[in-house]
Design a protein around this ligand. Structure first.
Ligand code: PNS
Length: 166
């Protein structure tokens, strides 16, 4: 039976990508035909990496995966999703504390684009404590975050923090 390609968007700041993000993107790939990763500006946060750097780190985390695209998003997600023909936004939920803000964004995105749904995936319990903000904070204070991010991200993180200290 002919069917159209089902495209999902995984949006986020990805500053930097963690293994939590990698798991959610991988699960989105098993549910949808294609996944578009939207590396987004979050006006509430001051980034450590540029949008270009973050996008490159994501591409390098999925070598040879042809069903993933990585793009930068500087505008409104709901509008951008419409132009790409996406049917869903996929987001990971780590804890109940994530839910309130994520629900608000999901409802706002649906208000702006009624063709778009948001799918929340519960994160794996063993990495539910991982966030980009905490990874940056712990790494900046000398803690070991090597098990929480891909190896090339870990290298880039240590290099950027060393630059900042110099
Ligand atoms: O990883 P984050 O920082 O929690 O991701 C938040 C993000 C980037 C998904 C959110 O800030 C976003 O959607 N930004 C794009 C601009 C937009 O559409 N804002 C209105 C959201 S309802």
């Amino acid at each position: 039976m002919p069917r159209t390609t089902r495209l999902a968007i995984c949006p986020g700041s990805f500053d930097p990508l963690t293994l939590g993000h990698v798991a959610i993107i991988s699960r989105a790939l098993s549910l949808f035909d294609r996944v578009l990763i939207a590396v987004s500006v979050n006006i509430r946060k001051q980034p450590l990496f540029t949008l270009d750097e973050r996008a490159l780190m994501i591409r390098e985390s999925f070598p040879g995966e042809t069903r993933i695209d990585v793009e930068q998003l500087t505008g409104l997600l709901a509008e951008w999703a419409r132009t790409r023909g996406a049917v869903a936004i996929v987001k990971g939920l780590r804890a109940a504390s994530d839910f309130e803000y994520e629900l608000q964004m999901a409802q706002m995105n649906r208000h702006l684009n009624p063709a778009l749904d948001t799918l929340f995936l519960p994160t794996e319990a063993n990495i539910s404590f991982v966030s980009s903000s905490l990874v940056k904070e712990v790494a900046a204070l000398g803690g070991d975050v090597s098990a929480l991010v891909p190896p090339h991200v870990h290298k880039a993180l240590l290099a950027r923090l060393a630059e900042r200290r110099a």
